[in-house]
Design a protein around this ligand. Structure first.
Ligand code: F6R
Length: 240
């Protein structure tokens, strides 16, 4: 596991953007696995700046996002589709047809999730997966539990995640109680993983990740089994 400890959020975002940009530069038709949440917003801004400056081309890039609330309409301003359009896709020269998110309106969620895993495999697999981490160690919406699920699936949100995500909604009551999420398998199958960790409230789960011990109570610790993981954190997260 490579570890970069950056001075602050801005430096973390710049380092993460450099890592992702290097993958796109080496393989212009690469497959990106993407995350939402507040942590990667700065990195997305930097990637969009590189694109505007003519240093990075997304014309052939394909993307698969980690998760989507359920149920939710893509036009809802709290949907992850809306988030990705606003924070990245509308600001770069990507073909929207090449951007994929789980359908928060799917009637048959099992079929939707199975098709998503198949589509990722058929596209050739994820070249680099971008991850954030929950205060409780979740990645995607793979929440701490006695067992983790391998395949992409529908899941309930824990109370701690509902509370953490309520900052984006008018109240905690409005946070959807379910989500569709990539399971641990598609995440772990990515050829390269970069996880961004910012803020003092992530200190404990970061230390758990760096301890080298693996527990389903901190799902991110599974990354210790992956051969190519880059952790990019800021000093607040590292020092606590
Ligand atoms: C989002 C996702 C989540 C977030 C995590 C951290 O697609 O998969 O696991 O990465 O909840 O969120 P922030 O960055 O808002 O602290």
């Amino acid at each position: 596991m490579k570890l970069y400890i950056c001075k602050d959020y801005d430096a973390m975002s710049a380092k993460a953007a450099d890592v992702v940009a290097s993958v796109i530069t080496l393989k212009p038709d690469c497959i990106l696995g993407l995350a939402t949440g507040s942590t990667p917003v700065g990195m997305y801004q930097k990637l969009a700046e590189m694109n505007k400056a003519g240093k990075l081309d997304f014309a052939e890039v394909k993307t698969y996002n980690l998760d989507e609330y359920y149920p939710i309409k893509p036009t809802n301003d709290q949907s992850y589709r809306y988030f990705m359009d606003k924070n990245l896709f509308d600001n770069i020269n990507i073909d929207k047809a090449n951007t994929h998110l789980l359908n928060g309106e799917a009637v048959d969620t099992d079929a939707e999730c199975a098709a998503y895993d198949k589509a990722i495999e058929a596209a050739g697999g994820i070249d680099i997966q971008v991850l954030g981490i929950g205060n409780n160690g979740h990645i995607g919406f793979n929440e701490p539990d006695s067992e983790l699920v391998a395949a992409t699936h529908k899941t309930g949100l824990t109370e701690s995640t509902i509370q953490a995500n309520s900052r984006f909604f008018a109240s905690a009551d409005e946070v959807p109680r379910h989500a569709l999420t990539m399971g641990m398998a598609p995440i772990m199958k990515a050829r390269k993983i970069i996880i961004l960790i910012s803020g003092k409230n992530k200190h404990e789960v970061l230390m758990g990740l760096l301890s080298g011990k693996i527990t389903t109570q901190n799902p991110a610790t599974m990354l210790n089994m992956h051969p190519d993981v880059t952790v990019v954190c800021d000093e607040d997260a590292y020092n606590g």
